[in-house]
Design a protein around this ligand. Structure first.
Ligand code: SF4
Length: 314
């Protein structure tokens, strides 16, 4: 809740200015057990920083992360170890994330050996179970990563993430590096695993079709702020914020009965070092009004979701 992450800007970065990059600026969200929260936005909108905060790889500048009702900042060493075990990740590039010199059995077993007191027999049994779970043959255990395709490597990365029976898995662009033809297979595997194991997912992606397919709830971020949040189907079908409308109109074909205009986004995402005053989206917004450049809109409830836009409310 109220999460912020600011980074000091180095000289020369973002046009030579000094200052602070507000990568994530006062955002709040929650993920219920067995649910998927999708986080979307263009590059530089704060998605990856959000993932790192949840994984404990970055410390928030302000705000708190609560897990099972407990504040992460107040955990002792045992609590932190438990958290690190309970929250695992699958990253974008299965080619980079698997060590080329390790056998698959050692890759999958690594988090297990690090986090639990296990015998070699337990480890072998668990590795074979995990390979079954992700749809790979048991003989894969003795092979090396280069002997697998991209989709198979992502299955191995998923098996490794599940080795310590996490509750939450952060999926950071998990299919973006894969061939289009196998993306659906991996997404379906992830959904199947969620149903079978009761997993929660934080699904981070710029692929709107994948996010809409996978998520129960969606958070749309722009320059470190949440601009719209709510039920995935509602947001995909009836987006309210002009930025969400632009993202979804470009990504998802409208239902014939729900035709809507395609909104084309002009320009690039501005520098997070000097975000525009007022509504951060105003330089690119087709509906911008004079007050949009002066006052930042509050996140308010509109027709069953939260929106930050002066077009709504008073
Ligand atoms: Fe566009 Fe104004 Fe709404 Fe921002 S507040 S999204 S500029 S209409």
């Amino acid at each position: 809740a109220g999460l912020s992450k600011h980074f000091p800007a180095r000289r020369g970065l973002f046009g030579g200015d000094h200052g602070v990059v507000r990568a994530v600026d006062d955002i709040s969200f929650s993920i219920d057990n067995g649910r998927t929260l999708g986080v979307v936005g263009e590059s530089g909108c704060g998605k990856t920083t959000t993932a790192k905060l949840v994984l404990g790889l970055e410390t928030p500048t302000a705000g708190a992360i609560r897990f099972d009702g407990r504040d992460l900042a107040g955990l002792d060493a045992v609590g932190r170890r438990h958290y690190r075990k309970s929250v695992q990740a699958v990253f974008q590039d299965p080619f980079a994330s698997l060590s080329p010199r390790m056998r698959i059995s050692a890759i999958i077993a690594e988090p297990l050996i690090t986090n639990e007191a296990v015998t070699a027999t337990d480890v072998r049994r668990r590795v074979l179970e995990l390979l079954d779970l992700v749809g790979l043959p048991q003989r894969s255990a003795d092979l090396f990563p280069h002997e697998f395709s991209g989709g198979q490597r992502q299955r191995i990365a998923i098996a490794r993430a599940l080795a310590v029976s996490p509750k939450l898995v952060v999926l950071d662009e998990p299919v973006s590096a894969l061939d289009v033809s196998i993306r659906a297979q991996i997404l379906n595997l992830l959904r199947d695993l969620q149903d079978r194991l009761g997993l929660s997912y934080l699904f981070i992606a710029h692929d709107l079709a994948a996010v809409a397919h996978m998520s129960h709830e969606i958070v749309v971020m722009y320059l470190g702020k949440i601009v719209e949040a709510g039920d995935a189907r509602t947001l995909a079908r009836h987006p309210k914020h002009p930025y969400t409308q632009a993202l979804f109109s470009a990504a998802l074909p409208s239902h014939p009965e729900e035709r809507r205009e395609e909104v084309v986004l002009a320009g690039e995402v501005p520098s997070p070092l000097k975000p525009p005053a007022g509504c951060r989206f105003h330089p690119r917004c087709p509906h911008a009004m004079p007050r949009c450049a002066q006052a930042a809109p509050a996140l308010i409830q509109v027709e069953g979701r939260m929106v930050a836009c002066h077009l709504y409310g008073t």
